[in-house]
Write a protein that binds this ligand. Sequence first.
Ligand code: HEC
Ligand code: HEC
Length: 315
Amino acid sequence: MNTTKQITIILILLLSVIGTCFGYSMAESSRQKKEAEHLTERNAERGARIYVNNCRSCHGHQGFGSEEGAIGAKINSSAFLILEEDNEYGAEATSKFGSGGTPGYQDIRNFVRNTLRCGRAGTYMPAWSEEYGGTLSDTQIDQVVTLITTGRWDLVAQEIIEHDEENNTNPDEVILKDPSGMAIISENCGQYNAVQALKYRTRSDPRLNVVDGNENKNEENEVVTSVEMGPMVKGLPVEQFYAAACAVCHGVDRKGVEAIGSLPLLPSYLTKEDNFYFETLVNGRAGTVMPSWRAQGLSDDEMWNLVNFIKYTQP
Ligand code: HEC
Ligand code: HEC
């Protein structure tokens, strides 16, 4: 055997070893990915079971809350989705979605987890953490967080069928319709009020890959200060602020939500003088969940914009 032949054989051997290693590591990483997906799915399934047993009565069969005539907020929302690649690429994905004041995936996870653990002061949302007298462990809370941030409401639908058959439950009777006798939650740990919750609830759908839905960009990709769009509240046009902060309790259609005991906010119902409604916004209504919007951080001008909106515009 001459040297050239020997070298060729060694090269072939070397290449095949490298090839095998490469193939193995590819298979290994796809195996790990499958395993991670499987784990996420299993957690979401457990989250769905917890949801059906603990949350459905207030947040509805599909998590649409007051849009289903229930007491709770809409939590089946693209604003709360965390993409698979966020988990995969971590910090890089945060820089994609977490810039310019738009909450990144960790912010969203903290928002949902904190709200679950601590409840929401001044509303009917109870604290779920065992630490604050609730019934769920941190592991269980994380499973529900996974359900909400992966948007697996199909698993909830499945779980409802099984649960209701097993327990002979009539799904129409599950949703709570009467807040009297229900406790209004007091402050404990990390709390968000409606104004602080705004940027999470209005975060653009991460699947659309838009960094910030409220920003206009020119051709050089620079942010252009938005043109005056009429009355604003906390940087949003008044109707968008209503949708994010008031619709939870008064309905998207402004007809009021019976289960919450709120009232319609339509010109035909608001027959008292403007100042009466302004004072309602400033002080809230003691003994009900209608909060003081001064305490939530709105200026007088912003509250007047809201009064004019509910009293003089049709939806
Ligand atoms: C007794 C009724 C009730 C129950 C039970 C309940 N919630 Fe809530 N939840 C509410 C209300 C009311 C709000 C809206 C609070 C507000 O106006 O800010 C809310 C808000 C939330 C929010 C924040 C949404 C946002 O946009 O601010 C999340 C997340 C949430 N609930 C998840 C859950 C989960 C998960 C469960 C079950 C473990 C649950 N809730 C059980 C009444 C309830
Ligand atoms: C957490 C639930 C909740 C939220 C959020 C909420 N409201 Fe209310 N609101 C109520 C309830 C309940 C009442 C009824 C109080 C009562 O029985 O007097 C009410 C009453 C009112 C009234 C008095 C209506 C009348 O005819 O007397 C006005 C005005 C009003 N809300 C405006 C708003 C606006 C504007 C927002 C958003 C900035 C808002 N509310 C957000 C629960 C809420």
